[in-house]
Design a protein around this ligand. Structure first.
Ligand SMILES: NC(=O)c1ccc[n+]([C@@H]2O[C@H](COP(=O)([O-])OP(=O)(O)OC[C@H]3O[C@@H](n4cnc5c(N)ncnc54)[C@H](O)[C@@H]3O)[C@@H](O)[C@H]2O)c1
Length: 398
């Protein structure tokens, strides 16, 4: 018996669509990518030619009975409208992060998907990669003892060389697109994979002025007032008892990010990889620092550098090739979840929780009170260990 592939249409043929299509077309037999669209026709035309799929309009994608899953890789301000239209057309949706700009819009989409009995999932899906599945296994197997705390920091400057309107990523200064929203989700979903849901949050948020500091940008030294917070300092209390912090800030200068997430337990410390990627060095410190080891990855699906055999301990996160990363495993997991009638890991519940956390920190900062979370997703089921590279498909068949 052979598997019946699930038809996929992609909407939003911009930068990250290359990575999605590369993985969805070449790595997963469960997916049959039929076509792609964009409001800028040349973009969908060029992606369609590159991957041997149909150039379509979004309306054609919605009307095509062979397409069951719509992958929404538009920019954040379009997520709500595109996902809503796809759900109304009866399609399952896997969206890029965040689900929407506001928590209210995200909740509306969530309720719509539920009322229509449709699957709805949302990136980041990086926690399904080798790096964070290895971390999950080490924690679940007791290598750090009882986990106590998790600390994460993402401080990163987006400094385009072009005017904002021409930049390939104009959304990065727009509503819902600043660093806490654009990058915070990687850390929050990775934390949920390790520790489950958050009970309440507190913290501070700021809308810092954005000053363009790239000398080639005609807006050099221009000051932009932002609609969205671009700096949050969050305190998180997980239901399991772990306490966490997240710093997410647009630093405003041209540097690679120094990503970091560290888990502290009663018996050890785990230095986790950059959750923007599917793998990276996982370091375990135990025995008062006498043991400090780069652990072997227990899982596959890692991204091209690791699959090429690059020495993990020498890997710099900011030198990883994002275009060759493994985005799209969340779509494959949804397709297997539909096929095997099981919950998908990269779920709408998890993504709704993620956006509620960021908005909750903003609310806490404004009110001076804790924000009690209203959502409580299940911790996603860990993937089975012991596979390498190409066997990701077999692991999702559970
Ligand atoms: N670029 C990255 O490195 C990266 C990495 C991971 C995730 N993401 C996420 O992926 C999403 C897209 O990012 P990107 O960098 O590819 O942005 P992009 O601006 O390059 O691409 C988005 C595309 O969506 C199209 N679009 C917008 N509204 C549309 C609509 N209503 N209907 C059809 N097409 C529409 C735009 O014309 C554009 O081509 C964002 O949510 C971003 O957070 C980006």
């Amino acid at each position: 018996m052979s598997i019946k592939p699930i038809g996929v249409g992609l909407i939003g043929s911009g930068a990250i669509s290359y990575t999605y299509l590369d993985n969805m077309v070449h790595r997963f037999d469960i997916l049959n990518v039929i076509g792609c669209s964009d409001i800028i026709e040349e973009r969908s035309k060029s992606r369609a030619e590159e991957f041997g799929i149909k150039q379509m309009t979004s309306e054609e994608i919605f009307a095509d009975p062979d397409i069951q899953i719509v992958v929404n890789t538009t920019y954040p301000k379009s997520h709500y409208a595109v996902t809503k239209a796809a759900l109304e057309a009866g399609k399952h949706v896997q969206s890029e992060k965040m689900m929407a700009v506001t928590f209210e819009e995200a909740k509306e989409l969530y309720d719509l998907a539920k009322s229509k009995n449709l699957r709805f999932g949302c990136a980041p899906d990086t926690f399904l990669g080798a790096g964070y599945q290895t971390c999950r296994k080490l924690i679940d197997d007791g290598y750090v003892g009882t986990p106590l705390a998790v600390n994460a920091t993402i401080i990163r400057g987006y400094q385009p060389a072009f005017p904002v309107a021409m930049d390939p990523m104009p959304f990065i200064v727009g509503e819902g697109g600043t660093i806490p929203f654009d990058m915070g989700g990687y850390y929050i979903q990775a934390m949920q994979n390790l520790f489950g849901a958050v009970k309440r949050v507190s913290g501070f948020s700021q809308n810092r002025e954005k000053i363009f500091s790239h000398p080639k940008n005609p807006q050099y030294k221009e000051v932009l007032k932002l609609d969205s917070p671009n700096f949050i300092q969050a305190a998180l209390e997980f239901h399991c008892g772990v306490l966490g912090t997240l710093t997410a800030c647009d630093s405003g200068f041209v540097t690679p990010e120094i990503p970091g997430m560290t888990v502290y337990g009663t018996d050890g410390v785990l230095i986790c990889p950059d959750p923007n990627y599917y793998a990276g060095p996982v370091k375990l410190i135990r025995n008062g620092g006498k043991e400090y080891v780069t652990m072997p990855l227990t899982h596959g699906y890692s991204g091209e550098e690791v699959e090429r055999g690059v020495d993990l301990s020498k890997l710099d996160a900011f030198r990883l090739n994002w275009q060759k990363s493994r985005r799209g495993i969340g779509v494959a997991d949804m397709a297997w979840a539909i096929t095997n009638n099981r919950p998908q890991r990269c779920s709408a519940e998890m993504a709704l929780h993620t956006i509620e956390i960021i908005h909750g920190v903003k609310t806490a900062s404004e009110t001076g009170k804790y924000y009690e979370m209203t959502t409580r997703p299940e911790q996603p089921k860990a993937l089975r260990p012991g596979f390498i590279g190409g066997a990701a498909e077999a692991v999702l068949d559970d």
